[in-house]
Design a binder for this molecule. Sequence first.
Ligand SMILES: Nc1ncnc2c1ncn2[C@@H]1O[C@H](COP(=O)(O)OP(=O)(O)O)[C@@H](O)[C@H]1O
Ligand SMILES: [Mg+2]
Length: 284
Amino acid sequence: MKFTGTDNYVATQDLMLAVNAAMTLQRPLLVKGEPGTGKTMLAEEVAQALGMPLLQWHIKSTTKAQQGLYEYDAVSRLRDSQMADLDGGARVKDIQNYIIKGVLWQAFTAEQPVALLIDEIDKADIEFPNDLLREIDRMEFYCYETRELIKAKNRPLVFITSNNEKELPDAFLRRCFFHYIKFPDAETMRQIVSVHFPQLKQELLSAAMKTFFDIRNLPGLKKKPSTSELLDWLKLLVAEDISAEALQTQDDKVAIPPLVGALLKNEQDVTLFEKLVFMQNRNR
Ligand SMILES: Nc1ncnc2c1ncn2[C@@H]1O[C@H](COP(=O)(O)OP(=O)(O)O)[C@@H](O)[C@H]1O
Ligand SMILES: [Mg+2]
């Protein structure tokens, strides 16, 4: 099985190579990159292209590694035991009924090979990746409550994404194949946009892309707009029926583009952009 991209997702050559390398090595693919560069979507698309179900685990700052394995719901069991006379207490006696299976458990015991996405691993605390090392490496873990060893029937295809908010431990990195999704160049971005807006007029696209990359290249910008923000903006431009001319310089005057709130998300960046526009106009 090889991943060769999909109709909905533009995968560069090096990204496809990385996916296939991770599959060959049977190691997790660690994907880093700016937000909005298609990391989450990559897992969804690869799973779909290979016909595998995708199990997703979205990490938060409070997520613990154990939650991916299983949790023992002692509170429900206690409550049930207090009402045990109702059904003779059969449910309470079987501890299995109170084990909540996490995504890794589900992935390990699935009948067919599955893909597993551990999304935004850098959100969790520093111990999180280390706590999963053994499970990811050996593809097994022990459930103490039921005294069983959960072993992967099939090795899941693991995707791990990171927005680079935290460094990951070396021992963890050693076990992954790594790929950094670079911010798309103009040509790749064109392809991505045409996947989403096949009918878009070329003039509007060119004008919008110019504005977008001009903004991204502004020195000192606090938050650069991402691919998904460009897509949002284009959607609005189309919905409002804004023409390419409205984005371009008119009568020697550069204006703040319409609906710029889709691209710039804080007032400092808007001010910076306004200053640039002002200076460009004065230098004419
Ligand atoms: N290579 C790509 N091909 C098609 N669409 C893309 C691509 N990269 C990003 N996108 C668009 O950007 C959106 C954000 O992607 P997402 O996977 O959520 O980014 P990330 O997880 O890296 O923050 C997607 O929903 C998709 O619409
Ligand atoms: Mg994501």
